[in-house]
Design a protein around this ligand. Sequence first.
Ligand SMILES: NC(=O)c1ccc[n+]([C@@H]2O[C@H](COP(=O)([O-])OP(=O)(O)OC[C@H]3O[C@@H](n4cnc5c(N)ncnc54)[C@H](O)[C@@H]3O)[C@@H](O)[C@H]2O)c1
Length: 382
Amino acid sequence: MSQGISESVTALRALIVGSGMIGNVHRRSAILAGAQVVGVVEKDEESARAAAERWGVLDYFDDLVTALDAVHPDVVHICTPNATHGEFSRLALEAGCHVVCEKPLTLDVAEGQALADLAEANGLVAAVPYVYRYHPLVREIRSRRIAGEFGSIHMLHGHYLQDWLLSPDASSWRVDPAAGGASRAFADIGSHWCDLIEWVSGQRITELVADTAIAIPERPAEAGPTFTTATPTTSAPKVKVTTEDISNILFRTDAGTPGTLTVSQVSAGRKNRLWFELDGEHSSAVFDQENPETVWLGALDKATILFRDPGYGSAESRRLTVTPSGHVQGWLVCFEEFVADTYATIRGGNPEGLPTFADGVRSLKIVAAVLGSAKSRAWKEV
Ligand SMILES: NC(=O)c1ccc[n+]([C@@H]2O[C@H](COP(=O)([O-])OP(=O)(O)OC[C@H]3O[C@@H](n4cnc5c(N)ncnc54)[C@H](O)[C@@H]3O)[C@@H](O)[C@H]2O)c1
């Protein structure tokens, strides 16, 4: 006797918009979560055809509206440069699709809020990939904080450092405010740190003072590939850089907890060094996303190293653990878990910790406060 899969669990139909670095990560995560990738949209026909051939997708488009009409996806993944996110999300939501939109959700708080409202009014799932929430040991620290292990929090601090823009010859659409937005380093990676620290600590950043800096005053006008330190754009004319390479932030949370954050895209040897420390009245915890298999726990008389292990830890940490301890589970699996939870939510489930458009708006408010503070050189409320 054989049994078929119930018709009620037919594969979701996913449309991927943008086939660059992160588009490919969304595509593989969508497939692993059981979706069928029914189309790809790119900036022009040649790029769209190339992506379709690479991915083995039958339908390709150079225009989202045409794609939505043609393939009727259940869910649209928006993986394009930042300035396109708002319009593409609106089009997808208006077509009745669930949306996964890359961060930053938009370049403007009011536009982001309107999209969050639109999704809610239409009962559509709308998620933003703040995927560092999906490291099992991040969940472990959060669970221990909820259980009171650290006591009240005295301080939150950390950094997110990269080096792919250290070379004065490195450039990308991310450097151009028209494509990337007025904030670069902070909106691109500082936003991830703030989402994570708020989620783990259960506190919200309510005021901050920011100092931003541009280390490389000129870069090639022509955009090279993202995350490639030696770009092939050295012969392009150079233009003035107006988006920050560095942001340093002092903040206070709604519980009065003080904190600091350093963000940089020009720190040699640092690749994706997202690192945070939570210092509580009883003990401290450190997470480093480049070494996500362990957490450092500090106490007055000792420090211990906690391993990720399917046999130990909180329910959420175990739920997200897919490989045995020692077989490193990293960032790609975070994406897979995030997309799987998004699809589970579309199917009516309620998995813990899905970052939504509301979290995307929250991030936009912090970015606006950072830019405002850096300009006025004063504390700003978020
Ligand atoms: N959540 C995360 O951890 C994470 C990580 C990396 C990137 N991102 C976000 O993903 C987005 C894309 O980043 P990336 O690194 O993949 O960039 P990328 O440059 O590698 O890819 C962008 C792709 O979009 C395509 N594109 C440009 N304009 C388009 C248009 N109008 N219509 C359709 N396609 C278009 C480009 O041709 C390119 O293939 C950014 O918003 C970035 O902030 C998020």
